[in-house]
Design a protein around this ligand. Structure first.
Ligand code: PEP
Ligand code: MG
Length: 665
C-alpha cells in the first residue's frame, strides 16, 4: 500500500525532521519505506532518510506493508504535509558539528605588524588576539585500525555481543553528557546529533553485517562508518556533507570502547602550553582546562569557527586554518604565536623567544592596568558619553563582553545563529536568542544586525547562485529582501524580543535607499501580523551599516530615513580601496587609515551629525587606539569592538579628554 505527496517540511528531511519521521514510523509494526525518484529507503532509519536528501516541495511516496499499514501511511503523510501537527516534543534544533566549518564573510582582524623573527614562521587566520609562547602540546589522536584477521565461525556471536555492548556504552556516555546541566546549548546540540547517529540502525546494522562476514568489530565499524560518511559527503547539500564528520566521530567512539582505550584527552595539558591540533571538536575544547591553555594553533577553522569563538571568549590567542602545514608542528618543542597577525613560529630562536616573552609580559601588564577601566563611562568634555560596546556573534560571548565592561552590544552578528544549524533557525528560537541578549545588557542597547550572509559562504536552506564575485553579489540586505520568508521571520523575532530590552536593528550592505524603505514596509507588515495574532511585540530603532561607497555617497539622504549609522570599516575599506579583505597579497592596500577610507568615514560622520542621528562604528578599526581620537573628533559617539579591546578603548578616550585639559570620567 502506498501514497504520494508533496513534502511541506520546511527545509526538507534534515536531521531533526528525519528523527521525528523515524520516531513516528517506528510506532507502527508495518515495514515502512519512503520513496524518492525511484529510490526506496526504510523510514525507520534516520541516517538513510537523511541520505535520501528529501527537500521541501519534492514529491515522495510512503509505502507500508503490514497490519497497520493504513494508519502508518496516514500518520506519515500527515507529518510530511503538516509537520507542525506532528509530535509535540520538538527538541531545540541541533547546531551542526563545526569540524572545519568556515566562516561567514569573516571579520578578519586587520593585520598587525608581522611577528618578529620569521624563521620557521607560518601564517594562518588570526582568530583570537594576543601573543603567546610556550611548550607545544600536540593533540593528534592516533588513527584506529582493526585486527586485520578474519574471525573463525565460532568467534562471530561473541564479537557481535562485544560490538552491541560497545554501542550501548557509547550511547549511555552520550546520554550522560546530555543529562549534565553544565553543557551549553551549542554543545548539547552537537552531542545530541552524535547520539542520533549512534542510535541509528544504518551504522550498527552495516557493522553487524560485516562482523557476520568474519570481520573483527573494530574493522567492521571503521568500514561501516567510512561507507556511510562517504555517502553523506557525496550528497549535494552542504549540511548533509558535514554529517560525514559526525559519523566518523561516532565510529571512533565505538572503536575506542572496543579497544578499551580512552580518547586522547586535553586534561593533562601543561600550564601555558600551546595546543597544536589539526582540528578540535567544540565539545572537546569547551571541556578542556581552558585556563591552562596558553594558545591554540589549528589546521582547521576560520575566524568565526567555534574554536575561534571559544578562544576569543576565554582570551586565548589563536591562529587557525593552517591546513596541511599544521603537520610541521607535530614535533615542535616550543611555539610562539601572534593572534593579531596570524603568525606562528616553530621552535623560536633566542631572539624571538626574548621578543615574545617581552610582548607577553607587556600584554599582561597592560591588561592589569586596563582592568580599572572596566567600569568607566567615557565622557567628552561637553558631557557626551561615548558608548564602548561589544561585537559578538553568540550568547556564549555575553560573559566575556560583560567582564570587559561593554556598554551594550554594537554589533550582534546573526550569521552564526544561521550557520550553526542544519535548518534555518525558527522564529521562536531567534526571538529567544535576541531576548536573552536584550535582557543581559539592558538598559544598554543591543544592536542586532540582520542576516549578512554572502554568496561565498552558503548556509543550509538558502540556495546561493554561483557567483564570480561573491563580495559584490547576493549578500546581506540584497538576499534578505529577495527572501521575505527568511527576512520576515527574523524581523518578527526582533519585534518580539524588543519587548525585553533595548533592541535596535541594523541592515548590512545597504547601497540604495529603497532597501531601507522596503525593509520598513516588511517591519510594518510583521508588526501588523503579530498584532493580529495577539503576540506581544514592540518597535525598534532601525539603522544601517555604512560599508559600501554608495552608502557613504548617499549618507545625507539615508540619515533622514534611519535612527543611526554604524560604520563597517572591514567592508568599507575593501570596497573603497577595491582590495579584497581576505587576500593577503593586497593587505597593504586594505588599510582603514588610508586617506580615501578616512575621508569616507568623515563624510558619513558629517551627514549623520548634521541629521542629528547617532553615528557609531563596528568594524575592527573601532578598537584601534591610534584612530579612536580621530573618529571621535569626526563626531562618532559609539564604538563597538571585540570584548578584548574594550578597556583599552575606554582608556584611550579617557586619556584624550584628560590630555585636552577637560574633565575625565
Ligand atoms: C564590517 O564590514 O566592518 C563589519 C563590521 O561587518 P563584517 O565584518 O561582519 O562584514
Ligand atoms: Mg561587513
Amino acid at each position: 500500500m502506498e501514497r504520494s505527496t508533496i513534502v511541506r517540511v520546511h527545509e526538507g528531511l534534515h536531521a531533526r525532521p528525519a528523527t521525528r519521521f523515524v520516531k513516528l514510523a517506528k510506532g507502527f509494526e508495518s515495514d515502512v519505506e519512503l520513496v524518492k525518484d525511484g529510490k526506496a529507503v526504510s523510514a525507520k532509519s534516520s541516517v538513510k532518510l537523511m541520505l535520501l536528501a528529501v527537500k521541501e516541495n519534492q514529491e515522495v511516496t510512503v509505502r507500508a506493508n503490514g497490519a497497520d499499514a493504513i494508519e502508518a501511511i496516514e500518520a506519515l503523510i500527515g507529518y510530511l504535509e503538516n509537520p507542525k501537527a506532528g509530535l509535540d516534543d520538538e527538541a531545540p534544533q541541533h547546531p551542526a558539528n563545526d569540524a572545519g566549518q568556515e566562516a561567514m564573510p569573516a571579520p578578519v582582524p586587520q593585520s598587525a605588524p608581522a611577528a618578529a623573527g620569521q624563521a620557521n614562521g607560518l601564517r594562518g587566520v588570526a582568530a583570537s588576539e594576543g601573543v603567546a609562547i610556550g611548550p607545544a602540546f600536540a593533540h593528534f589522536p592516533p588513527d584506529i585500525t582493526g585486527q586485520g584477521r578474519m574471525l573463525q565461525a565460532g568467534e562471530i556471536a561473541g564479537e557481535i555481543d562485544r560490538f552491541r555492548a560497545a554501542v550501548a556504552a557509547v550511547q549511555a556516555r552520550m546520554d550522560n553528557a546530555l543529562a549534565q546541566d553544565n553543557l551549553s546549548a551549542g554543545d548539547r546540540g552537537i552531542v545530541a546529533a552524535l547520539r542520533d547517529i549512534a542510535a541509528d540502525d544504518s551504522l550498527t546494522g552495516q557493522a553487524e553485517k560485516a562482523i557476520e562476514g568474519g570481520n573483527d568489530a573494530v574493522s567492521a565499524v571503521i568500514t561501516a562508518a567510512s561507507t556511510i560518511a562517504a555517502e553523506f559527503s557525496a550528497v549535494d547539500d552542504h549540511y548533509l556533507n558535514a554529517r560525514a564528520d559526525d559519523v566518523h566521530a561516532v565510529g571512533r567512539q565505538i572503536c575506542l570502547v572496543l579497544l578499551g582505550q580512552d580518547d586522547v584527552s586535553l586534561e593533562n595539558i601543561p600550564e601555558g602550553a600551546i595546543l597544536i591540533a589539526d582540528d578540535i571538536g567544540a565539545w572537546d575544547l569547551a571541556r578542556a582546562p581552558l585556563k591552562r591553555i596558553g594558545g591554540v594553533v589549528c589546521g582547521h577553522g576560520g575566524a568565526t569557527s567555534h574554536i575561534a569563538i571559544i578562544a576569543r571568549s576565554h582570551g586565548i590567542p589563536a591562529v587557525l586554518g593552517l591546513g596541511e602545514r599544521i603537520n610541521t608542528l607535530r614535533t615542535a618543542n616550543q611555539v610562539a604565536l601572534d593572534g593579531n597577525s596570524g603568525h606562528v613560529i616553530v621552535d623560536p630562536d633566542a631572539a624571538v623567544r626574548a621578543d615574545f616573552a617581552g610582548r607577553v609580559e607587556a600584554a599582561a601588564k597592560e591588561r592589569a592596568g586596563l582592568a580599572a577601566f572596566k567600569t568607566v563611562t567615557p565622557k567628552l568634555a561637553d558631557g557626551r558619553v561615548i558608548e564602548v560596546a561589544a561585537n559578538i556573534g553568540s550568547l556564549e560571548e555575553i560573559e566575556a563582553a560583560q567582564e570587559a565592561g561593554a556598554m551594550g552590544v554594537g554589533l550582534f552578528r546573526t550569521e552564526l545563529l544561521f550557520m550553526r544549524h542544519m535548518h534555518l533557525p525558527s522564529e521562536d528560537m531567534q526571538a529567544e536568542t535576541y531576548a536573552a541578549l536584550a535582557k543581559a545588557f539592558a538598559p544598554y542597547p543591543v544592536i542586532v544586525r540582520t542576516l549578512d550572509i554572502g554568496g561565498d559562504k552558503p548556509i543550509a536552506g538558502i540556495e546561493f547562485p554561483d557567483e564570480e564575485n561573491p563580495f559584490l553579489g547576493w549578500r546581506g540586505i540584497r538576499m534578505c529582501l529577495d527572501r521575505p520568508d527568511i527576512f520576515k521571520r527574523q524581523l518578527r523575532a526582533l519585534l518580539r524580543a524588543a519587548v525585553h530590552g533595548n533592541i535596535k536593528v541594523m541592515l548590512p550592505m545597504v547601497s540604495d535607499i529603497g532597501e531601507v524603505r522596503q525593509t520598513r514596509v516588511l517591519v510594518e507588515e510583521c508588526a501588523a501580523e503579530l498584532k493580529a495574532e495577539g503576540v506581544p511585540h514592540t518597535g525598534f530603532d532601525l539603522g544601517v551599516m555604512i560599508e559600501t561607497p554608495a552608502a557613504v555617497l548617499i549618507a545625507p539622504a539615508l540619515a533622514r530615513e534611519v535612527a543611526f549609522f554604524s560604520i563597517g570599516t572591514n567592508d568599507l575599506t575593501q570596497y573603497i580601496m577595491a582590495a579584497d579583505r581576505l587576500n593577503p597579497t593586497v593587505a597593504k592596500l586594505n588599510d582603514v587609515a588610508n586617506p580615501a577610507v578616512m575621508s569616507a568615514i568623515e563624510l558619513t560622520a558629517k551627514a549623520g551629525v548634521a541629521a542629528g542621528i547617532m553615528v557609531g562604528m563596528c568594524g575592527e578599526a573601532a578598537g584601534r587606539p591610534d584612530l579612536i581620537p580621530t573618529f571621535i573628533e569626526m563626531g562618532l559617539t559609539e564604538l563597538s569592538m571585540s570584548p578584548a579591546s574594550i578597556q583599552r578603548a575606554k582608556k584611550t578616550i579617557t586619556a584624550m579628554v584628560t590630555e585636552s585639559g577637560a574633565a575625565g570620567k
